[in-house]
Design a protein around this ligand. Structure first.
Ligand SMILES: [Zn+2]
Length: 402
């Protein structure tokens, strides 16, 4: 990768418009040098004879980032049908989901719950160049108290009860290669019917122990939390991102604390929407009911967070029922429908998302950053739905992959 930069392979890309992750830049030009960005806008002036490609009428964006996916699963109404498949087959499916995500313009993902750690092998395969996949920030298994959800999602949870067990669970994920620890601070919608998404899980002491163990090893912490008590405990424990955050609007003081401390909200609007209104059969009625009860809360929370300046990072929860890999950009349409501008939704999926997944080099088009770009025909800054079509081109580390 570095050798390409040394060889000085320069490529100038031009289009009708360019958004660098934070702002619109004119003229819409970006100069790649090997796997990095050399210059953007007026400064992108290559020497005579450098390669040049023009995407007339198109929009250049940084490669998009989805902060909440589960690459191993695939949007089936009932994921348990895969439980008896051999790990090798599941790994190959994971690789296929990763490729579809990349081809949709997503050059980085944060996976917050795999199965049996096979996603770490998939990431190794991508880094060796065996498969094409987005850059992956991985959590390994979800750290959770003993819960019904773990029966449903075999190989995805590491149940831990008590402070030392929780610490050990964190260390196991880090030993496997995790960059982020996913922890369950409340119940889940997609767990058996008697598990209540509003109810807090793990004690404040256990949550603090998880955060301390993760941070000491340099990993961040993503807390799954629907109910306000669990959200509050997670924020007080010092987590870095709140996943879903459905009932956050019930306590504005918690939202203000998130804004002040820079705790990200990853709203996953799409996930709840498809569970509440499944476009096909197979989702148990009790789970549909749990989702329906929360749709209004989800929307109020999104607007409240936007109002109060909580940093919002895009995440789809891809793999929940009918929430398919490669259709991740639907989430941006929903964010705009709830009050974001197209530029805000794109920033939430690029520069803000990069901070949420702690990537210094992804999510913006600036000198020295990864040459990760996604280019769409049309004006994505005026019409966010443009991003739901197939991109015209995708570059990953300077390599054109679409
Ligand atoms: Zn999830």
């Amino acid at each position: 990768m570095y050798s390409a930069a040394i060889s000085g392979a320069l490529l100038l890309i031009t289009a009708a418009r360019l958004f660098d992750g934070t702002d619109r830049v004119r003229p819409a030009r970006v100069l790649l040098e090997g796997d990095r960005i050399a210059a953007v806008g007026a400064a992108a002036r290559p020497p005579e004879g450098a390669a040049e490609i023009e995407f007339a009428g198109a929009t250049i964006l940084p490669g998009l980032i989805d902060c909440h996916v589960h690459l191993v699963d695939e949007g089936l109404a009932d994921a348990t049908v895969r439980d008896r498949e051999p790990g090798a087959l599941r790994a190959l499916r994971t690789a296929d989901h990763a490729r579809r995500t990349l081809e949709a313009g997503f050059t980085s993902v944060r996976d917050v719950g795999g199965r049996d750690h096979l996603e770490f092998g998939v990431r190794m395969a991508a880094r060796e160049g065996l498969i094409r996949a987005p850059r992956m920030t991985l959590a390994g298994k979800i750290v959770s108290q003993t819960t019904a959800g773990a029966r449903m999602w075999r190989g995805m949870y590491r149940e831990a009860d008590g402070v030392w067990d929780a610490v050990r669970a964190v260390r196991e994920q880090i030993a496997a290669g995790a960059d982020v620890i996913k922890v369950m601070a409340t119940g889940a919608v997609l767990a058996p019917g008697h598990e209540r998404p509003g109810a807090a899980q793990l004690s404040p002491e256990e949550l603090r122990a998880v955060v301390e163990a993760a941070h000491r090893s340099g990993a961040s912490v993503a807390a799954h939390a629907h109910g306000i008590d669990g959200i509050r405990s997670a924020v007080e424990a010092g987590v870095d991102t709140i996943e879903h955050g459905t009932h956050l609007h019930e306590d504005r003081a918690v939202a203000k604390a998130m804004a002040r401390r820079g705790v990200f909200l990853v709203p996953t609007l799409k996930a709840l929407g498809y569970i509440a209104d499944p476009p096909g059969p197979g989702v148990p009625e009790e789970i549909v009911a749990k989702a329906r009860e929360r749709r209004a809360d989800r929307d109020t929370t999104f607007r409240t967070a936007l109002d109060l300046g909580v940093p919002i990072a895009m995440g789809t929860d891809a793999a929940t029922p009918f929430n398919r890999h490669g259709e991740n950009a639907e989430e941006l349409t929903l964010m705009v429908s709830l009050g974001m501008t197209a530029e805000q939704a794109i920033a939430a999926s690029t520069s803000v998302a990069a901070r949420a997944i702690r990537s210094a080099d992804a999510g913006s088009l600036a000198p020295g950053k990864f040459a990760d770009l996604a280019i769409w025909d049309g004006d994505a800054l005026a019409d966010i739905a443009v991003l739901r079509s197939a991109p015209r081109a995708v570059y990953l580390g300077g390599l054109r992959v679409v």
